[in-house]
Write a protein that binds this ligand. Sequence first.
Ligand SMILES: Cc1ncc(COP(=O)(O)OP(=O)(O)O)c(N)n1
Ligand SMILES: Cc1ncsc1CCOP(=O)(O)O
Ligand SMILES: [Mg+2]
Length: 202
Amino acid sequence: MRTLGRLHLITDTRSGRDTLAVVAAALRAGFDVVQVRPEDHVTDREAYDLTVRILAMCRELDRICLVNDRLHIALAAGADGGHVGADDLPVAAARRILGPHAILGATARNPETARQAVADGASYLGVGPAFATTTKAGLPDAIGPAGVGAVAAAVPVPIVAIGGVTAQNARQLYSAGAHAVAVVGAVSGAADPYTAAKEFLA
Ligand SMILES: Cc1ncc(COP(=O)(O)OP(=O)(O)O)c(N)n1
Ligand SMILES: Cc1ncsc1CCOP(=O)(O)O
Ligand SMILES: [Mg+2]
C-alpha cells in the first residue's frame, strides 16, 4: 500500500467555491492526498464526475485520491480508497466493499472506537475535531492535541487530525502524534488557496 501523505485536502463543494481550482492549487503547493467530500445534496452523478476529474489531477502528480462516504463512487472512479464515519457504512462492511488493498479511513474520537475501527479494517483514522470548526455542524467539543495524541498512542495506524486545522496549529497536532492533518476551510476558504496551502508546507 502507498504511504499516506501528511497533508490532506478535503474538498469543499459548497456553492461559491471553485472546487477544482482549489484542488489544483493545493496539489501544486504540495498537498499529498485529496479527499473528495461532496455535500449531501450533490447527486451521485455530479459526485462521480467531480471524482473522475480530481482523480486525474492526482494521478498526474502521483498523489492519493479518496472519496468520503460514497464508496461506490470510489470504486467506480478507480480512486485509491474511501473514508467512513459513524453515519456511514460500518468499517468492516466498507472494507469488504473496497477490498483488502484499498486505503480505508474511519473517524474515531477516542481510543476505544479507534481500536475497534482498526480491528474492523481501517488503514488510517480521521481524529477530531481537533479544534473548533464551523465547516461541519453538530460535532462534539474539540478534543485538542491531547485527545489526538491519546488516539495515536492507542493504535498502530496513521492518525489524520481534522477540524479547525490551520498552518499555525498543525505543528501541535504533529507533535502530539498525528501523522497527517486534513484541512477544509484553511485552504478552500482562503482568498488565495495556493498561498494558504503553501503555508502548511513551510
Ligand atoms: C480524514 C477525515 N477524518 C474525519 C472525517 C469525517 O468523517 P465523518 O465523521 O463521516 O463526517 P463527514 O465528513 O462524512 O461529514 C473525514 N471526512 N475525513
Ligand atoms: C468533516 C469534518 N469532520 C470533523 S471536523 C470536519 C470539518 C473540518 O473542516 P475545517 O478544516 O474547515 O475545520
Ligand atoms: Mg461520513
